[in-house]
Design a protein around this ligand. Structure first.
Ligand SMILES: [Zn+2]
Ligand SMILES: [Zn+2]
Length: 345
């Protein structure tokens, strides 16, 4: 079996490993398609993401779908030949946060392709994957593997929406319209947002966001006066989804959010700290909420995609063979050309 292993920044190697053996309660899956996530890109480009650094070779990948090849003893919900989306979350279900129903922030989370723990949790950009039955979500045979693989990033967006609460009739700002920000646009529309504005620093990303049917697209670097106009009258938006992870965008997001509104922080900051206008946040009671991964939203995301209720097809811009994974990562990093880049074998 081939797998994509990262040895350090920009050092991705296609390696051969042993085929995994399927045990009781487990499912063996042939890789269908895998999306390159911002976290994969960060590991690839810098050898780390946020506070997590590469300490040993890491197989990347956690946005994956495939076809069931074999099922272990006791597996009843999936069968050979099924197409499945694979939930990369494996919370322990017994720690303090799991016990209060927040499995996504499990204290001992096994999340594919992550250097958060040591030894690292290996990812699933590999020809053959063994997952638990609970991780497998069956999609129709007609569902493109790349669409099914979008369940993971869509689940991130749905979780961020859940953190914000009801969006019905609300005005929403999305800062940073890469794949996650774009999925947030789609999720916010679906959740009943009345007005959606987006910011980015890349015109290509703004153009793609406009095609998703938003109300305003602003280049925050080229037109800072448009962003500053949102600060007037104690802020403009009921809810802001900060997806850029850019320190200046976070400071701006808090000021653009209306009194009593909330900022959901989805983007992971590229530097350790950000300067924010704390007093304005306090005096206007703007809530600043972290949103990390997802839990039950994965199943909801699969349903939204499989039913066609959320159409992500315009976000799928490129597909590469795993043997050209380096090219795929370079393309995924080029925001002037790509949105979501997928790998196949
Ligand atoms: Zn992801
Ligand atoms: Zn746990």
């Amino acid at each position: 079996m081939l797998m994509a292993m990262l040895y350090g920044a920009k050092d991705l190697r296609l390696e051969r490993g042993d085929d995994p053996v399927v045990g009781p309660g487990q499912v063996k899956i042939r890789f269908g398609a895998g999306g390159i996530c911002g976290s994969d890109l960060s590991y690839y480009g810098k050898g780390r993401i946020g506070d997590f650094s590469l300490m040993q070779p890491l197989c990347l990948g956690h946005e994956v779908s495939g076809e069931v090849d074999e099922v272990g003893a006791g597996v009843t919900r999936v069968k050979k030949g099924d197409r499945v989306a694979i939930n990369p979350n494996q919370p322990c279900r017994v720690c303090r946060t799991c016990k209060v129903g927040k499995g996504h922030i499990c204290l001992a989370m096994n999340f594919y392709g992550s250097a958060a723990l040591f030894p690292h949790i290996q990812g699933i950009f590999r020809e053959v994957i063994v997952a638990t039955e609970a991780q497998c979500f069956v999609v129709p045979q007609s569902c493109d593997f790349r669409i099914a693989a979008m369940a993971e990033p869509l689940a991130v967006a749905l979780h961020a929406v859940r953190r914000a609460g009801s969006l019905v009739g609300k005005s929403v700002l999305v800062t940073g319209v890469g794949p996650i920000g774009s999925l947030l646009v789609l999720a916010a529309k679906r959740a009943g947002a009345a007005h959606i504005a987006v910011t980015d620093v890349a015109d290509a990303a703004l153009k793609r966001a406009e095609a998703l049917g938003i109300d305003e697209a602003v280049n925050a670097v080229a037109s800072p006066e448009k962003v500053e106009a949102w600060y007037a009258n104690k802020g403009t938006f009921d809810v802001t989804f900060e997806c850029s992870g850019n320190a200046a965008a976070i400071a701006s997001a808090i000021q653009a959010t209306a009194s009593g509104g909330c900022v959901v922080q989805v983007g992971m900051l590229g530097v350790p700290t950000a300067d924010i206008a704390v007093n304005r946040m306090v005096s206007r009671e703007v809530d600043w909420l972290g949103a990390f991964r997802f839990d039950g939203e994965y199943g909801a995301a699969v349903h939204e995609l499989a039913s066609g209720a959320i159409d992500v097809s315009s976000l799928l811009t490129h597909s590469y063979k795993m043997s050209a994974a380096n090219d795929a990562f370079l393309m995924a990093a080029d925001r002037s050309q790509s949105m979501k880049v997928h790998l196949t074998f």
